[in-house]
Design a protein around this ligand. Structure first.
Ligand code: NAD
Ligand code: MG
Length: 332
């Protein structure tokens, strides 16, 4: 088992007299800023002047908001919580020139550091604190007096206290109540990209689509195919999330369990596993990162937007949208 850190291992007092600048106020930003403030930390949020609506939201939440440059100047710890593909530009234009020796530059995902999109000066600490949950959960758990498990990583330790800073920050988020695990920028970035591509996002949606298309092409009604291959996924995942595969298999019928054992391995074959290894190697050698960076730099992201449009127009999405209207418990 990996070593776990809890509140008693963290010294929140290390942040006393320091200012934390949270750049961005989206999913993670709003949760970090509010949790830290309520943990007694001096927080300032950085957003461009033009983001008037979002700045108003920060003010309404009782927090101080200034321009990104000003926040970077004020911050002893600067946490970058803007979308990963914008971080390089925000860093170059607004943060870099306002960093001082001894500052702590922080991230919640390792992409830009690991793939050298951002190259910080040698005299600052570079650390990661990443809650393993969406921002709204990071916030709601904190409000309930609990926390979301988080990972920390140290890329550069100029002060000799980088890990203490990361633990203090994580504890201010409430993570010390749940547990904190140390990783590296490399491990976090590579496993995160592999997981979302091969399993969580790419793998799951293509599996659902392939099942849906198989049934529809065989003449079954698309609505029924959607229920069986897409809608019910959540019920299964919720059980796995709660009690692992064995709890899920305990809850389903014996027929379903038997089918699970004999059929699953025919879907995820040796060939699939071989392809997974190839995908991982493309994450490791930077091929995926370089493709994604050039997609963003190519102006217009034509390829990305075309793929997005094609996926949105797929029959499974059209049918699903109609069926979800029948489900009064779902948010619009
Ligand atoms: P988000 O899209 O929800 O929010 C981004 C924020 O950045 C918004 O407030 C936006 O207004 C702001 N922003 C955009 N352009 C800006 C600019 N030029 N200057 C300053 N602010 C700007 O993003 P997010 O999902 O919170 O992701 C932030 C980071 O957290 C990413 O590194 C991501 O990988 C990481 N992360 C996200 C989650 C998650 O659940 N969403 C979980 C773990 C880690
Ligand atoms: Mg992720």
């Amino acid at each position: 088992m990996a070593k776990m850190y809890y509140e008693s291992d963290c010294n929140l007092g290390l942040l006393k007299g320091k200012t934390v600048a949270v750049i961005g106020y989206g999913s993670q930003g709003h949760a970090h800023a509010q949790n830290l403030k309520e943990s007694g930390v001096d927080v300032v949020v950085g957003l461009p002047a033009a983001f008037t609506e979002e700045r108003q939201k920060v003010t309404n939440d009782g927090l101080k908001v200034v321009d990104t440059e000003e926040a970077a100047k004020l911050g002893d710890l600067i946490m970058i919580l803007v979308p990963d593909q914008l971080q390089k530009a925000v860093y170059e234009n607004s943060i870099k020139g306002n960093l001082q020796a001894g500052n702590v530059l922080m991230f919640a995902h390792g992409f830009n550091i690991h793939y050298s999109q951002i190259i910080p000066p040698k005299d600052v600490d570079v650390v990661m604190v990443a809650p393993k949950g969406p921002g709204h959960t990071v916030r709601s758990q904190y409000v309930e007096g609990k926390g979301v498990p988080s990972i920390i990583a140290i890329y550069q330790d100029a002060s000799g206290k980088a890990k203490e800073y990361a633990l203090a920050y994580a504890s201010g988020l409430g993570a010390g109540k749940a547990g904190i695990i140390e990783t590296t920028f490399k491990e976090e970035t590579e496993t995160d990209l592999f997981g979302e591509q091969a399993v969580l996002c790419g793998g799951v949606t293509e599996l659902m689509k392939a099942g849906f298309e198989t049934l529809v092409q065989a003449g079954y009604q698309p609505e029924i195919a959607y229920f069986e291959c897409v809608h019910e996924m959540k019920l299964i995942i919720d059980m796995i999330n709660e009690g692992g595969f064995s709890y899920m298999r305990y809850s389903i019928s014996d027929t379903a369990e038997y089918g699970d054992y004999v059929t699953g391995k025919r879907i995820i074959t040796e060939e699939t596993r071989k392809e997974m290894k190839k995908i991982l190697s493309e994450v490791q050698d930077g091929k995926f990162a370089s493709n994604w960076v050039s997609e963003n730099n190519s102006g217009g992201k034509a390829n990305f937007l075309a793929m997005r449009r094609n996926e949105t127009e797929h029959q499974v999405e059209v049918v699903g949208a109609e069926l979800r209207k029948m489900m009064s418990w779902l948010k619009k």
